[in-house]
Design a protein around this ligand. Sequence first.
Ligand code: SF4
Length: 339
Amino acid sequence: MKIVKYSHQLGMGGTEKCLQYFLEYHHNAGYKCMYLCRNSALNIFSKYMSISRVYFVAEWLMEIMKRLPMPPNIRLFLSIAKCWLYLKLSLDWRLVDKIFVETITACNLRCPYCPNSLYDRGLIKNTQKMRQELFRKIIDELAELGWCGELMPHSYGEPLLDDRLIEFVRYARSKISGLIINLHTNGELLNVALYKELIDAGVNKFTVTQHLPEPSEGVMKVLEYREKYGAGNITFSYDRLHVITNRVGLVPVKNASREVVCSRTRWPFYMIGIDYAGNVLICCHDYLHEVDVGNVSESKLIDIWNSPGYRKIRRDIAIGKFSLSICKRCKSGEIASSI
Ligand code: SF4
């Protein structure tokens, strides 16, 4: 059967709630302007991207404007404005719209472009699971903060190996109803019954990546099911990886980029990871947890986010200073070898 990239637009319910949240809390005129833009002229475009990406639009506009012929003082003004925007946004918790939580370390595959193929960390025999109380603590804190973004219960492990996943999803959904719960999986363990159970628990987005040469039978059945009975508001994508990162130098890539992976996207501004032990990861590529900013079992996530060390990292990235050792080694490229 031919595989098609299968994607459905997520319903706007959750997004609208998020927008409401942002409008309610963003008193800063700059933010208001951005989110009002989103609500009007950018509405159609922004339906396809997360809220925090709106500032990339601002950045692109500035980049385009900088290429147009203009007096040097306007150019200087734009550069200062861009720097100001980045510095401002890098420190603002409200821009965080993606949090991934590693509930389990194990993976059922060993893809050569994943550090799991080189380290024992992801072996099933070495499985480490996040404590249930810790997962709940994280969700409780996020609920307390009024956070409403995209929760991804995964890291380098395969989330479907975790028999508590449904329970975790249900708990998160019960505490923060507007969440986007995005399940990243290799799909090898997915089947229609599990798909329905996950939706019932609260998953509303599936990002499934095919790593094996043959497509997963279970995923194909799910796709057929969605064709037959409708997809509802559930986003589902099934695709192979096209561009990968070298996971801060841990795995090889072909035709490596010259720039670091997030030179434009500035992931640490809006994405946070938490590993199974509660360590906060500034970036999803920090597989070996080389950058230590704090642990959520000892401190509140918001205090870690606002800690001087973490702020400095983001401020440096805001001005284009990728001085962390992981960043210096970070490149993207083409897959060097597949399974
Ligand atoms: S390792 Fe550094 S440069 Fe690479 S994506 Fe992460 S934060 Fe960005």
